[in-house]
Design a protein around this ligand. Structure first.
Ligand SMILES: *Cc1c(COP(=O)(O)O)cnc(C)c1O
Length: 231
């Protein structure tokens, strides 16, 4: 199989899974955006996926993401930054990212807004929520969501998109329901913040059932990542 055929098969498989999960949940498949997580894979793989209709791509390291965004600037792609963010990277991320999923501290919000302002861009920002309370994995406590969301909404160069989470280690379908409850509460004060970013290769069905509007899928689209680069 050529690389193009592998990626075509991966994308078709993931699209079918999303469609089946939506059908099972009585949801419109058009209501779930697929973000193909291209971290560790070369820009050429992204180009192949884009030729097959993928438009949204996810990355988790600034240097790698920026290089791909530059190499693929001829395509009209939407870049999603899904990894842990450091304050000193916000300025760089703000130059290419359309959506940043991992805002979990006020100082990151302020730094991203400042970066977007100097880049002359408006960026969609999601509050990352921790569903397991493990500090090493990122994400704010549920109680902090309103404060962080209000802060984003008050930024001139950010648009509050909604919430993002990674499932707890070992998986827990109920965790996505907690995320959906937090998202419903958020919409009472920020009705346009409708994005629920949840679900990866191993658990996208659980996430779609719980109401995810965006799934972030790497392995099932592009194949396994080399062990040294698992991240
Ligand atoms: C790598 C990554 C994904 C994709 O994971 P897969 O299991 O390869 O689908 C999704 N979200 C985040 C935050 C990631 O870092």
């Amino acid at each position: 199989m050529s690389r193009a055929e592998e990626i075509a098969a991966g994308l078709a498989g993931v699209r079918a899974r999303v469609a089946a999960a939506c059908a099972a949940a009585g949801r419109d498949p058009g209501a779930v955006t697929l973000v193909a997580v291209s971290k560790t894979f070369p820009a050429q793989d992204v180009r192949l996926a884009a030729a097959l209709g993928a438009q949204n791509f996810g990355e988790n390291r600034d240097q790698e993401a920026r290089a791909k965004a530059v190499a693929l600037a001829d395509l009209d792609l939407r870049w999603h930054f899904v990894g842990r963010l450091q304050r000193n990277k916000c300025r760089s991320v703000a130059r290419y990212a359309d959506v940043v999923h991992s805002l979990d501290r006020p100082e990151l919000i302020d730094a991203l807004d400042a970066g977007a302002a100097s880049a002359g861009r408006r960026i969609t920002a999601l509050v990352q929520v921790s569903l397991d309370g493990e500090p090493g994995r990122g994400g704010a406590a549920g109680d902090d969501v309103p404060r962080l969301a209000d802060r984003i909404a008050g930024c001139g160069h950010l648009r509050l998109g909604g919430l993002m989470a990674v499932a707890p280690r070992g998986g827990d379908p109920a965790a996505f329901c907690r995320l959906a409850e937090l998202a419903a509460t958020l919409r009472t004060t920020h009705p346009d913040a409708r994005t629920i970013s949840a679900g990866m290769s191993g658990d996208l069905e659980d996430a779609v059932r719980a109401g995810a509007t965006l799934v972030r899928v790497g392995t099932a689209v592009f194949g396994g990542r080399p062990p040294m680069l698992l991240r």
